[in-house]
Ligand binder design. Structure first.
Ligand code: HEM
Ligand code: HEM
Length: 158
């Protein structure tokens, strides 16, 4: 995989759009649960909601992101040894959850496997916790270790 010293404009834009999508999907989950319950009780079929549109958008943005990352590479995380490995595996976990959570929602709502709903909800909440931990680490690196990590997701590099 190619090695860069910074993220491209496309990677940075996709990062922040993904983050917004996850937040919208997360903050509409209560409404989605109610809609799903009422729809299923009435024997109705799946239809688009703010939650499902935001969630599916995340899925496709992340697909593009992964393809872009494989083709153009990404900078190595700051730090050394365990710290760097933690960042690499943390990012891999995030990518996995960013694809698996919407996919679970799709199987629950569009394919109609309603029993997957609880698992999807749990995974969605876990994604939010991992993303919050990730944001906290980025802030810690930027303001405590002062290694410029946060700026990498704000200012494009080569
Ligand atoms: C990043 C994307 C997503 C996140 C973070 C997310 C998160 C959540 C959460 C936290 C719940 C509440 C579960 C609970 O409190 O028990 C939920 C419910 C639900 N979500 Fe998502 N979701 C996402 C994407 C999607 C997508 C793409 C779809 C469908 C295409 C979807 C369909 C549903 C449905 C049908 C429910 C109700 C399940 C039930 O009540 O059994 N979600 N989601
Ligand atoms: C739902 C919210 C978020 C998700 C899903 C998310 C996801 C990700 C992922 C998957 C990466 C790895 C990029 C790569 O190397 O390909 C990343 C990098 C990064 N994120 Fe986030 N992020 C979120 C929110 C945030 C927030 C709120 C901040 C800042 C406070 C932030 C700061 C960063 C930084 C600085 C990097 C680059 C880290 C490095 O190069 O070592 N992210 N993010």
């Amino acid at each position: 995989m190619a090695q860069r010293t910074g993220y491209s404009t496309a990677q940075i834009t996709l990062h922040w759009l993904t983050a917004i999508g996850v937040l919208v999907a997360f903050f509409t989950h209560d409404a989605m649960e109610e809609i799903a319950e009422q729809t299923w009780e009435a024997g109705g079929a799946a239809f688009p909601t703010v939650h499902t549109i935001a969630g599916m958008t995340v899925f496709f943005l992340v697909l593009v992101r992964v393809i872009l990352r494989l083709r153009t590479g990404a900078p190595e995380p700051e730090g050394d040894g365990i710290q760097q490995a933690a960042a690499v595996w943390g990012h891999r976990l995030l990518y996995l959850m960013l694809l698996a959570v919407p996919l679970g929602g799709f199987l629950t709502w569009i394919v109609g496997i309603q029993d997957l709903g609880d698992l999807h909800g749990l995974a969605g909440k876990a994604l939010m916790i991992v993303a919050l931990g990730h944001a906290a680490m980025a802030i810690y690196h930027q303001f405590v270790k002062k290694d410029g990590t946060l700026m990498r997701m704000l200012r494009p590099g080569k």
